[in-house]
Write a protein that binds this ligand. Sequence first.
Ligand SMILES: Cc1ncc(COP(=O)(O)O)c(C=O)c1O
Length: 361
Amino acid sequence: MTRAYNFSAGPATLPEAVLRQAQAEMLDWNGVGASIVELSHRGAEFMGVAAQAEADLRTLLSVPDDYAVLFQAGGATTQQALLALNFAAPGQTVDYVVTGHWSKTAIKQVKPYVNVHVVADGEPGGFRDIPPRDSWSLSSDAAYVHITANETIHGVEFRDTPDVGAVPLFADFSSSIASEPLDVSKYGLIYAGAQKNLGPVGVSVMLVRRELLERAGQPRADIFTYASHAARDSMLNTPPTWNWYLLGLTVKWMLEQGGVEEFARRNATKAKLVYDAIDASGGFYRNEVAPSVRSRMNIPFFLPDETLTTRFVSESKAAGLLALKGHKAVGGLRASLYNALPVAGAQALVDFMRDFQQRNG
Ligand SMILES: Cc1ncc(COP(=O)(O)O)c(C=O)c1O
C-alpha cells in the first residue's frame, strides 16, 4: 500500500504513525481487552487519555496556567455561535475583522444575539490583503474583538498578533493552530476545530483565559456554557472520546517531532517551495494574496482557464497528489500544507506543477 500526499483542507492528512498506532490499538487498547472507543469516558482508562492529551497540548502550545483548555464536541462553527452567548450581553457590541469566508461565517453565527460591528473589511479588496491595523475602527465598549488567524479558503493569514488594547482578542485558529510558536497570553480566547493540524473532525479545542468564564453572557442552556464544561474537565456530557484520543496521539506525535518550533521550520519550507513555484511560473500559476499575509497553511492558486484546472486536478490525483481542487467559493486550486504533510509532499507538488506547465504552458 502507498499513501498519497493529501492536500485536503480538512478533514486533512494525519501522521501515518498516528494512524498506525490507532490501528494497532483498535481492538485492544493497552491490554484492557477492549478498544478505547468502547470504554466509559468516566473510567480510569479514558480519563487518563483525556488528561494526557490536555497536558501534552498545554506543553505543545505553552498554554499559561490561567487558561482553561476545553475539548468540545463538534466543529468551529458551533464555537463561533457560542462565543456571543457566553461572553457578550444581549445586544452588546462585538468587533469583527473580516479577512475572508470564515470571518463572515463567524459573524453570521452571532448576529442573532449581539450587535456586530465590522472593524475592518478585506472584501472590497477581494480578500487579497488584511486591512492595516491603523485603519481599524475598534469600539471602546466591545465585549471582544474577533479575528480569523488563518483564512482556509482565501489563503490570508495574520503574521503578527494585532494589538487591540484592553478588549480581549478572540481568534479562530482552526487552520493554523500549532503550526508555529504562539503567545497565547495575547489572546482572551483561541478556538480551533481539530480536523486540520490537531487530529480528526468531531472535536474542537478552546483555550480561554479563566477570568472570562465568569462573564454572565446571555440566557443559554447549561450544555452551551463554557464555564460548566471547564468546571467538569469537558466531561459535562459524553465527550467525543475517539476524536479526543486521536487528537491526543497527534499532539504527542508533534511533541516527539520537535514541537511547534520544528513545525514552523517545516511549514515555512513547504510554503516557500509552493509560492516560489507559483511566482516563477511567469503567470501560468497565480496567487494574488499580498506576500506579507500569504498563508503558510492553505495556498489557493489559479491556472489560466477552467479546462487546465480540471486537467490539473485529475492528473495530479493520478500522480498521487490528492485533493488539490479549490474551494467552490473561489474555484481554481488549493494546496493545504498542514503539519502532517511532509516537506517531500510539497516537493512532489512543485515537481508536478513544473512538469504540468511544461506540457501545457
Ligand atoms: C478557519 C475556519 N473556521 C471555521 C471552520 C468551520 O469548521 P467546522 O466545519 O468544523 O464547523 C473552518 C472549516 O474549514 C475553518 O477553516
